[in-house]
Design a protein around this ligand. Structure first.
Ligand SMILES: *Cc1c(COP(=O)(O)O)cnc(C)c1O
Length: 351
Protein backbone atom coordinates (compact mmCIF):
# COMPACT_ATOMS: atom_id res chain seq x y z
CA UNK A 1 0.00 0.00 0.00
CA UNK A 2 1.31 3.43 -0.93
CA UNK A 3 -0.14 6.86 -0.36
CA UNK A 4 0.35 7.44 -4.08
CA UNK A 5 -2.17 4.77 -5.04
CA UNK A 6 -5.58 5.84 -6.31
CA UNK A 7 -8.68 4.79 -4.40
CA UNK A 8 -9.37 2.34 -7.21
CA UNK A 9 -5.91 0.75 -6.96
CA UNK A 10 -6.39 0.40 -3.19
CA UNK A 11 -9.73 -1.32 -3.54
CA UNK A 12 -8.88 -3.86 -6.24
CA UNK A 13 -8.59 -7.58 -5.55
CA UNK A 14 -6.58 -8.70 -8.60
CA UNK A 15 -7.00 -12.03 -10.37
CA UNK A 16 -4.35 -14.60 -9.42
CA UNK A 17 -3.24 -16.69 -12.42
CA UNK A 18 -2.07 -20.29 -12.04
CA UNK A 19 1.57 -20.74 -11.09
CA UNK A 20 4.15 -20.61 -13.97
CA UNK A 21 7.19 -22.20 -12.32
CA UNK A 22 10.49 -21.37 -14.09
CA UNK A 23 13.17 -23.91 -14.79
CA UNK A 24 12.04 -26.76 -12.56
CA UNK A 25 11.03 -30.10 -14.02
CA UNK A 26 7.39 -30.50 -13.15
CA UNK A 27 4.36 -32.13 -14.70
CA UNK A 28 2.45 -28.91 -15.27
CA UNK A 29 -1.29 -29.51 -15.41
CA UNK A 30 -2.54 -26.29 -13.80
CA UNK A 31 -3.28 -23.67 -16.49
CA UNK A 32 -4.94 -25.60 -19.34
CA UNK A 33 -2.13 -25.10 -21.82
CA UNK A 34 -2.05 -27.42 -24.82
CA UNK A 35 0.94 -29.81 -24.67
CA UNK A 36 1.44 -30.19 -28.42
CA UNK A 37 2.66 -26.72 -29.35
CA UNK A 38 1.60 -24.66 -32.37
CA UNK A 39 1.87 -25.77 -36.01
CA UNK A 40 5.46 -25.65 -37.40
CA UNK A 41 4.05 -23.14 -39.92
CA UNK A 42 3.68 -20.72 -37.00
CA UNK A 43 7.41 -20.87 -36.26
CA UNK A 44 8.21 -20.37 -39.96
CA UNK A 45 5.94 -17.33 -40.04
CA UNK A 46 7.69 -15.85 -37.00
CA UNK A 47 11.14 -16.51 -38.50
CA UNK A 48 10.16 -14.81 -41.76
CA UNK A 49 9.50 -11.42 -40.16
CA UNK A 50 12.02 -8.85 -41.39
CA UNK A 51 13.77 -5.99 -39.56
CA UNK A 52 11.89 -3.57 -41.81
CA UNK A 53 8.61 -4.97 -40.59
CA UNK A 54 9.72 -4.80 -36.96
CA UNK A 55 10.76 -1.15 -37.15
CA UNK A 56 7.26 -0.05 -38.23
CA UNK A 57 4.08 -0.11 -36.19
CA UNK A 58 1.87 -3.06 -37.07
CA UNK A 59 -1.49 -2.77 -38.86
CA UNK A 60 -3.63 -1.38 -36.00
CA UNK A 61 -6.73 -3.18 -37.29
CA UNK A 62 -5.10 -6.57 -38.08
CA UNK A 63 -6.98 -6.39 -41.40
CA UNK A 64 -5.48 -9.48 -43.11
CA UNK A 65 -6.08 -11.55 -40.02
CA UNK A 66 -9.65 -10.34 -39.56
CA UNK A 67 -10.36 -11.28 -43.20
CA UNK A 68 -9.00 -14.77 -42.59
CA UNK A 69 -11.19 -15.23 -39.49
CA UNK A 70 -14.21 -13.84 -41.34
CA UNK A 71 -13.71 -16.34 -44.21
CA UNK A 72 -13.37 -19.25 -41.81
CA UNK A 73 -16.50 -18.31 -39.86
CA UNK A 74 -18.66 -17.16 -42.79
CA UNK A 75 -18.85 -13.64 -41.32
CA UNK A 76 -17.90 -10.16 -42.51
CA UNK A 77 -14.55 -8.74 -41.42
CA UNK A 78 -16.50 -6.03 -39.56
CA UNK A 79 -17.85 -8.86 -37.37
CA UNK A 80 -14.40 -9.82 -36.07
CA UNK A 81 -12.41 -8.18 -33.25
CA UNK A 82 -8.86 -9.12 -32.18
CA UNK A 83 -7.01 -8.49 -28.96
CA UNK A 84 -3.94 -9.28 -26.89
CA UNK A 85 -5.37 -12.49 -25.41
CA UNK A 86 -9.06 -13.08 -24.81
CA UNK A 87 -8.60 -11.64 -21.31
CA UNK A 88 -8.08 -8.27 -22.99
CA UNK A 89 -11.00 -8.85 -25.39
CA UNK A 90 -13.21 -9.69 -22.40
CA UNK A 91 -12.00 -6.66 -20.43
CA UNK A 92 -12.97 -4.40 -23.37
CA UNK A 93 -16.31 -6.24 -23.56
CA UNK A 94 -17.03 -5.42 -19.92
CA UNK A 95 -16.36 -1.75 -20.54
CA UNK A 96 -17.98 -1.43 -23.98
CA UNK A 97 -21.00 -3.72 -23.73
CA UNK A 98 -21.71 -4.90 -20.18
CA UNK A 99 -21.74 -1.69 -18.14
CA UNK A 100 -25.36 -0.55 -17.85
CA UNK A 101 -27.99 0.31 -15.24
CA UNK A 102 -29.02 -3.24 -14.49
CA UNK A 103 -26.59 -5.88 -13.21
CA UNK A 104 -24.51 -8.28 -15.23
CA UNK A 105 -25.29 -11.96 -14.64
CA UNK A 106 -22.81 -14.83 -14.75
CA UNK A 107 -22.78 -18.33 -13.27
CA UNK A 108 -22.00 -18.72 -9.59
CA UNK A 109 -19.16 -21.03 -10.58
CA UNK A 110 -17.32 -19.63 -13.59
CA UNK A 111 -14.12 -17.89 -14.64
CA UNK A 112 -12.84 -16.06 -11.55
CA UNK A 113 -11.67 -13.09 -13.65
CA UNK A 114 -15.31 -11.98 -14.21
CA UNK A 115 -15.79 -10.44 -10.74
CA UNK A 116 -12.34 -8.83 -11.01
CA UNK A 117 -13.25 -6.94 -14.22
CA UNK A 118 -16.61 -6.06 -12.70
CA UNK A 119 -14.80 -4.42 -9.77
CA UNK A 120 -12.23 -2.73 -12.02
CA UNK A 121 -14.94 -1.16 -14.20
CA UNK A 122 -17.41 -0.76 -11.31
CA UNK A 123 -20.11 -2.90 -12.87
CA UNK A 124 -22.81 -4.38 -10.63
CA UNK A 125 -23.11 -8.14 -11.01
CA UNK A 126 -25.02 -11.12 -9.67
CA UNK A 127 -23.96 -14.74 -9.61
CA UNK A 128 -26.59 -17.19 -10.81
CA UNK A 129 -26.69 -20.63 -9.14
CA UNK A 130 -25.98 -23.79 -11.12
CA UNK A 131 -27.98 -26.99 -10.79
CA UNK A 132 -26.67 -29.54 -8.29
CA UNK A 133 -24.89 -31.43 -11.08
CA UNK A 134 -23.06 -28.20 -12.14
CA UNK A 135 -25.10 -27.81 -15.34
CA UNK A 136 -26.30 -24.29 -16.25
CA UNK A 137 -30.05 -23.67 -16.04
CA UNK A 138 -30.83 -20.88 -18.53
CA UNK A 139 -34.24 -20.35 -16.91
CA UNK A 140 -32.44 -19.21 -13.74
CA UNK A 141 -31.30 -16.04 -15.61
CA UNK A 142 -34.75 -14.47 -15.21
CA UNK A 143 -33.92 -11.49 -12.94
CA UNK A 144 -33.58 -8.01 -14.42
CA UNK A 145 -30.20 -7.64 -16.15
CA UNK A 146 -28.39 -5.76 -18.88
CA UNK A 147 -25.97 -8.51 -19.77
CA UNK A 148 -25.35 -12.23 -19.41
CA UNK A 149 -21.88 -13.79 -19.58
CA UNK A 150 -21.39 -17.55 -19.75
CA UNK A 151 -18.23 -19.57 -20.39
CA UNK A 152 -19.08 -22.51 -22.64
CA UNK A 153 -17.84 -25.10 -21.82
CA UNK A 154 -17.91 -23.67 -18.32
CA UNK A 155 -14.70 -23.12 -16.40
CA UNK A 156 -13.56 -24.68 -14.14
CA UNK A 157 -16.21 -27.41 -14.45
CA UNK A 158 -15.76 -28.32 -18.15
CA UNK A 159 -19.52 -28.83 -18.45
CA UNK A 160 -21.06 -27.92 -21.83
CA UNK A 161 -24.26 -25.92 -22.42
CA UNK A 162 -26.21 -26.97 -25.54
CA UNK A 163 -26.44 -24.49 -28.41
CA UNK A 164 -30.24 -24.72 -28.23
CA UNK A 165 -30.10 -23.40 -24.64
CA UNK A 166 -27.96 -20.45 -25.77
CA UNK A 167 -30.49 -19.72 -28.54
CA UNK A 168 -33.25 -19.73 -25.92
CA UNK A 169 -31.28 -17.38 -23.68
CA UNK A 170 -30.86 -14.97 -26.62
CA UNK A 171 -34.54 -15.08 -27.45
CA UNK A 172 -35.74 -14.56 -23.87
CA UNK A 173 -33.30 -11.64 -23.29
CA UNK A 174 -33.51 -9.47 -26.44
CA UNK A 175 -32.56 -6.36 -24.43
CA UNK A 176 -29.39 -7.84 -22.92
CA UNK A 177 -25.99 -8.43 -24.45
CA UNK A 178 -25.25 -12.16 -24.22
CA UNK A 179 -21.54 -12.99 -24.21
CA UNK A 180 -20.40 -16.59 -24.65
CA UNK A 181 -16.77 -17.14 -23.62
CA UNK A 182 -15.72 -20.12 -25.75
CA UNK A 183 -12.16 -20.55 -24.47
CA UNK A 184 -12.59 -24.36 -24.62
CA UNK A 185 -15.16 -24.81 -27.39
CA UNK A 186 -12.78 -26.67 -29.74
CA UNK A 187 -12.54 -29.67 -27.42
CA UNK A 188 -15.95 -31.10 -28.26
CA UNK A 189 -18.54 -28.31 -28.16
CA UNK A 190 -20.41 -26.56 -30.95
CA UNK A 191 -19.69 -22.83 -31.29
CA UNK A 192 -22.50 -20.30 -30.97
CA UNK A 193 -21.07 -18.25 -33.88
CA UNK A 194 -23.77 -19.70 -36.17
CA UNK A 195 -26.36 -17.80 -34.05
CA UNK A 196 -24.82 -14.38 -34.75
CA UNK A 197 -26.69 -13.85 -38.03
CA UNK A 198 -30.07 -14.12 -36.26
CA UNK A 199 -29.24 -12.26 -33.03
CA UNK A 200 -28.00 -8.68 -32.76
CA UNK A 201 -27.22 -9.18 -29.04
CA UNK A 202 -24.70 -12.05 -29.22
CA UNK A 203 -20.92 -11.77 -28.79
CA UNK A 204 -18.76 -14.91 -28.95
CA UNK A 205 -15.21 -14.74 -27.53
CA UNK A 206 -12.47 -17.28 -28.27
CA UNK A 207 -8.76 -17.65 -27.50
CA UNK A 208 -5.66 -19.10 -29.17
CA UNK A 209 -4.21 -20.03 -25.76
CA UNK A 210 -5.84 -23.43 -25.40
CA UNK A 211 -6.79 -25.31 -28.57
CA UNK A 212 -4.20 -23.46 -30.71
CA UNK A 213 -1.35 -23.89 -28.21
CA UNK A 214 -0.36 -20.21 -28.38
CA UNK A 215 -0.78 -19.12 -24.74
CA UNK A 216 2.67 -17.50 -24.88
CA UNK A 217 1.60 -15.32 -27.79
CA UNK A 218 -1.57 -13.75 -26.32
CA UNK A 219 -4.26 -13.88 -29.02
CA UNK A 220 -7.99 -13.46 -28.42
CA UNK A 221 -10.85 -12.91 -30.83
CA UNK A 222 -14.51 -11.88 -30.66
CA UNK A 223 -17.23 -12.52 -33.23
CA UNK A 224 -20.50 -10.61 -33.27
CA UNK A 225 -22.80 -8.21 -35.11
CA UNK A 226 -20.91 -5.25 -36.61
CA UNK A 227 -22.49 -2.81 -34.14
CA UNK A 228 -21.23 -4.73 -31.10
CA UNK A 229 -17.78 -5.07 -32.67
CA UNK A 230 -17.72 -1.32 -33.32
CA UNK A 231 -18.31 -0.76 -29.58
CA UNK A 232 -15.26 -2.90 -28.80
CA UNK A 233 -13.16 -1.03 -31.38
CA UNK A 234 -14.09 2.30 -29.74
CA UNK A 235 -12.76 1.07 -26.39
CA UNK A 236 -9.67 -0.55 -27.95
CA UNK A 237 -8.80 2.66 -29.80
CA UNK A 238 -9.11 4.56 -26.52
CA UNK A 239 -6.74 2.15 -24.75
CA UNK A 240 -4.12 0.68 -27.13
CA UNK A 241 -4.33 1.07 -30.91
CA UNK A 242 -1.92 -1.83 -31.53
CA UNK A 243 -2.93 -4.75 -29.31
CA UNK A 244 -1.74 -7.31 -31.88
CA UNK A 245 1.96 -6.93 -32.62
CA UNK A 246 3.32 -7.94 -36.02
CA UNK A 247 4.61 -11.26 -34.67
CA UNK A 248 1.23 -12.17 -33.19
CA UNK A 249 -0.61 -11.18 -36.37
CA UNK A 250 1.58 -13.34 -38.60
CA UNK A 251 1.75 -16.28 -36.22
CA UNK A 252 -2.02 -16.29 -35.76
CA UNK A 253 -2.59 -16.23 -39.52
CA UNK A 254 -0.25 -19.22 -39.98
CA UNK A 255 -2.01 -21.09 -37.20
CA UNK A 256 -5.42 -20.45 -38.77
CA UNK A 257 -4.17 -21.75 -42.11
CA UNK A 258 -3.01 -25.11 -40.70
CA UNK A 259 -6.43 -26.63 -40.04
CA UNK A 260 -5.07 -30.21 -40.08
CA UNK A 261 -2.56 -29.57 -37.27
CA UNK A 262 -5.26 -27.89 -35.22
CA UNK A 263 -7.81 -30.67 -35.67
CA UNK A 264 -5.23 -33.35 -34.94
CA UNK A 265 -4.12 -31.71 -31.66
CA UNK A 266 -7.73 -31.28 -30.50
CA UNK A 267 -8.51 -34.94 -31.27
CA UNK A 268 -5.46 -36.10 -29.31
CA UNK A 269 -6.43 -33.98 -26.30
CA UNK A 270 -10.02 -35.28 -26.42
CA UNK A 271 -8.86 -38.92 -26.57
CA UNK A 272 -6.47 -38.39 -23.63
CA UNK A 273 -9.21 -36.60 -21.66
CA UNK A 274 -11.60 -39.52 -22.08
CA UNK A 275 -8.94 -42.03 -21.04
CA UNK A 276 -7.89 -39.89 -18.04
CA UNK A 277 -11.50 -39.46 -16.87
CA UNK A 278 -11.94 -43.22 -16.99
CA UNK A 279 -8.69 -43.94 -15.12
CA UNK A 280 -9.53 -41.30 -12.48
CA UNK A 281 -12.91 -42.91 -11.87
CA UNK A 282 -11.13 -46.26 -11.38
CA UNK A 283 -9.09 -44.53 -8.64
CA UNK A 284 -12.36 -43.56 -6.93
CA UNK A 285 -12.70 -39.99 -8.26
CA UNK A 286 -16.03 -38.49 -9.30
CA UNK A 287 -15.27 -36.76 -12.60
CA UNK A 288 -17.65 -34.23 -14.17
CA UNK A 289 -18.34 -34.86 -17.87
CA UNK A 290 -15.83 -32.54 -19.58
CA UNK A 291 -15.97 -30.90 -23.01
CA UNK A 292 -12.75 -28.99 -22.31
CA UNK A 293 -9.00 -29.71 -22.12
CA UNK A 294 -9.21 -30.29 -18.37
CA UNK A 295 -11.25 -32.40 -15.99
CA UNK A 296 -12.85 -31.34 -12.72
CA UNK A 297 -12.84 -34.14 -10.17
CA UNK A 298 -13.30 -34.89 -6.47
CA UNK A 299 -12.38 -37.88 -4.35
CA UNK A 300 -15.06 -38.70 -1.77
CA UNK A 301 -12.47 -40.20 0.59
CA UNK A 302 -9.71 -37.57 0.51
CA UNK A 303 -9.51 -33.83 1.07
CA UNK A 304 -8.81 -32.00 -2.22
CA UNK A 305 -6.41 -29.45 -0.68
CA UNK A 306 -4.42 -32.34 0.77
CA UNK A 307 -4.23 -34.21 -2.54
CA UNK A 308 -3.22 -30.96 -4.25
CA UNK A 309 -0.37 -30.39 -1.76
CA UNK A 310 0.85 -34.00 -1.99
CA UNK A 311 0.86 -33.87 -5.79
CA UNK A 312 2.80 -30.58 -5.69
CA UNK A 313 5.41 -32.17 -3.43
CA UNK A 314 5.86 -35.00 -5.92
CA UNK A 315 6.28 -32.61 -8.86
CA UNK A 316 2.78 -32.60 -10.33
CA UNK A 317 0.89 -29.27 -10.30
CA UNK A 318 -2.85 -29.12 -10.79
CA UNK A 319 -5.25 -26.28 -9.90
CA UNK A 320 -7.10 -26.02 -6.62
CA UNK A 321 -9.70 -23.33 -5.84
CA UNK A 322 -10.42 -22.77 -2.17
CA UNK A 323 -13.92 -21.44 -2.90
CA UNK A 324 -17.47 -22.32 -1.81
CA UNK A 325 -19.02 -25.35 -3.58
CA UNK A 326 -15.78 -26.37 -5.33
CA UNK A 327 -13.27 -26.62 -2.48
CA UNK A 328 -13.28 -30.43 -2.72
CA UNK A 329 -12.49 -30.45 -6.45
CA UNK A 330 -9.25 -30.47 -8.40
CA UNK A 331 -8.98 -29.06 -11.91
CA UNK A 332 -6.54 -31.15 -13.91
CA UNK A 333 -5.37 -29.96 -17.35
CA UNK A 334 -4.98 -32.59 -20.07
CA UNK A 335 -1.32 -33.00 -21.01
CA UNK A 336 0.33 -35.66 -23.16
CA UNK A 337 -0.45 -39.32 -22.51
CA UNK A 338 2.93 -39.68 -20.78
CA UNK A 339 2.18 -36.73 -18.47
CA UNK A 340 -1.23 -38.14 -17.58
CA UNK A 341 0.34 -41.54 -16.87
CA UNK A 342 2.72 -39.83 -14.45
CA UNK A 343 -0.17 -38.01 -12.78
CA UNK A 344 -2.12 -41.25 -12.44
CA UNK A 345 0.77 -43.18 -10.97
CA UNK A 346 1.61 -40.40 -8.49
CA UNK A 347 -2.08 -40.18 -7.54
CA UNK A 348 -2.22 -43.90 -6.92
CA UNK A 349 0.73 -43.47 -4.60
CA UNK A 350 -0.86 -40.49 -2.79
CA UNK A 351 -4.18 -42.26 -2.31
C1 LIG B 1 -8.03 -19.24 -20.42
C2 LIG B 1 -9.33 -18.50 -20.39
C3 LIG B 1 -9.46 -17.22 -20.90
C4 LIG B 1 -8.25 -16.36 -21.24
O1 LIG B 1 -7.56 -16.71 -22.31
P1 LIG B 1 -6.36 -15.81 -22.86
O2 LIG B 1 -6.70 -15.68 -24.30
O3 LIG B 1 -5.13 -16.61 -22.60
O4 LIG B 1 -6.36 -14.49 -22.17
C5 LIG B 1 -10.70 -16.63 -20.95
N1 LIG B 1 -11.78 -17.27 -20.50
C6 LIG B 1 -11.70 -18.49 -19.95
C7 LIG B 1 -12.93 -19.14 -19.44
C8 LIG B 1 -10.47 -19.13 -19.87
O5 LIG B 1 -10.38 -20.32 -19.28
Amino acid sequence: MSRYWSDLARQLTPYVPGEQPQGTRLVKLNTNENPYGPSPAVLDAIASISPDELKRYPDPDSSALREAFADREGLGSDQVFLGNGSDEVLAHTFQALLKHDKPLLFPEISYSFYPVWSELYQIAYERVPLRGDFTIDVDAYSMANSGILIPNPNAPTGVLLAKADIARLLETHPDSVVVIDEAYIDFGGESATALISDHDNLLVVQTFSKSRSLAGMRVGVAFGPAELIEGLVRVKDSFNSYPMDIVAQRATLASLQDEAWFQNCCQKVIATRERTSHELSLLGFEVLPSSANFVFARHPGRDAAEIFAELRQRGVIVRYFDKPLISQYLRISIGTDAEMDELLSVLEDVL
